[in-house]
Design a protein around this ligand. Structure first.
Ligand SMILES: O=c1ccn([C@H]2C[C@H](O)[C@@H](CO)O2)c(=O)[nH]1
Ligand SMILES: [Zn+2]
Length: 136
């Protein structure tokens, strides 16, 4: 990926995030790496629960972790799984990405072969609902 933004080392770091997944039920390990405006890394992994619905996705884990540390400005997010086709964030995570990042932020979806699919937050959630709609 040569878009002037993506850094190859992010592929290694997102695997560090993925290694922290807690997935006794699905065994589907997802890693998310948030890159802050200062080029710091915030790691997220999916954390499951025996009651299933409390499960939190990797993307939201990373965002909630960042905000909890007072970090709210991001350059990009990188996501990885173990399947061949780079998987994209679920609908809930897209909504949370819209709320907590910005529409033009790149989302890099990767796999273990090094394939990368890039979309912006807005491309993943076109015509998305946001706080702006509440004030109309
Ligand atoms: O965008 C997504 C979609 C799914 N998962 C997790 C939730 C669950 O633990 C497992 C299977 O859905 O993958 C994520 O982390 N991110
Ligand atoms: Zn999700």
């Amino acid at each position: 990926m040569n878009d002037g933004i993506f850094k190859e080392e992010w592929l290694e770091e997102v695997r560090v995030a993925q290694s922290r997944a807690y997935t006794p039920y699905s065994k589907f390990n997802v890693g998310a790496l948030l890159i802050t405006e200062d080029d710091e890394y915030v790691y997220g992994a999916n954390i499951e629960n025996a009651s299933y619905s409390p499960t939190i996705c990797a993307e939201r884990s990373a965002l909630v972790s960042a905000y909890s540390q007072g970090i709210t400005k991001f350059k990009a997010i990188v996501i990885t799984t173990d399947v061949d086709t780079p998987s994209s964030p679920c609908g809930v995570c897209r909504q949370v990405l819209k709320e907590l990042t910005h529409d033009e932020m790149p989302v890099y979806m990767t796999n273990h072969k090094g394939d990368i699919v890039k979309r912006t937050v807005d491309e993943l959630l076109p015509l998305g609902f946001s706080g702006k709609d509440l004030n109309e």
